[in-house]
Design a protein around this ligand. Structure first.
Ligand SMILES: [Zn+2]
Length: 241
């Protein structure tokens, strides 16, 4: 048998990868088990078995997140990819994304979710994806906006454009914790400012963020877009608590 140089190179690369895997095993970012060859970021087991909400397969007004926004902002679709369970794999995953500088997780989850939404017909339902903007100070510290990375992945998987210029962040606020709901709402309301209205005027916009907790941030963003001419607004997050 004759081996070509290209084939030998490939074999050596594989060997090297196996060798590196022995010294520095790559771990699944959700369950921390070692990844095997062909797996990337999240293991196959987790991909099959993460707590998916499947909200996109339910009628719009029956989605559990819809009622959280009743009387606050008119939303067309309230979507979330995963259920956030404390101490669970999703919490671990979100922690990696937010604090460990592993922004690639957000993009990858965006691509996977985008493909599912596309298969369910959402490419025709949305015109523009808008990430919740991160304050410039936090941006400087963290180096990336996790919502924007999710938006970029979603855009790729869904085939819908995204823009970071529809909404911008105003000025710094005190930390959001230890405030009641009303204070928190006032607090966030003042910091999101409208960006280029021409980007979203008359369009069906989906605002995206990493985790939905109280919903105050998304509510403020959606109200601004609606008040400035968006035809419809929806929300989509990586996870919801
Ligand atoms: Zn895993």
């Amino acid at each position: 048998m004759k081996l070509s140089w290209a084939k030998i190179r490939e074999e050596l690369d594989d060997l090297w990868e196996c060798f590196l895997g022995l010294i520095y095993p790559r771990l699944c970012l959700a369950c921390e088990e070692p990844l095997v060859r062909g797996e990337d970021i999240i293991c196959i087991g987790c991909r099959i078995d993460l707590p998916y909400t499947d909200y996109h397969l339910m009628p719009a007004d029956e989605r559990p997140l819809a009622r959280r926004f009743w009387g606050k902002v008119r939303l067309q679709h309230t979507l979330s990819y995963l259920l956030f369970v404390r101490q669970g794999r999703v919490q671990h995953l979100m922690h990696q994304l937010k604090y460990k500088g592993l922004g690639g997780v957000g993009t990858m989850l965006g691509v996977l979710y985008g493909r599912e939404l596309r298969a369910a017909g959402f490419a025709e339902i949305f015109d523009l994806i808008v990430p919740v903007p991160l304050h410039p100070k936090k941006m400087a510290k963290r180096g990336f906006n996790q919502a924007a990375l999710f938006a970029a992945g979603l855009s790729q998987g869904l085939g819908v454009a995204w823009s970071e210029e529809a909404l911008v962040r105003g000025f710094a606020t005190d930390t959001q914790t230890k405030k009641n709901r009303l204070e928190r709402w006032r607090n966030v309301e003042s910091v999101f400012l409208v960006g280029k209205t021409s980007l979203f005027a008359g369009k069906k916009v989906v605002v995206v963020d990493d985790v939905l907790t109280t919903g105050a941030t998304l509510e403020a963003c959606c109200n601004i877009l609606l008040a400035n001419g968006a035809a419809e607004v929806s929300i989509a997050t990586i996870a919801c608590a």
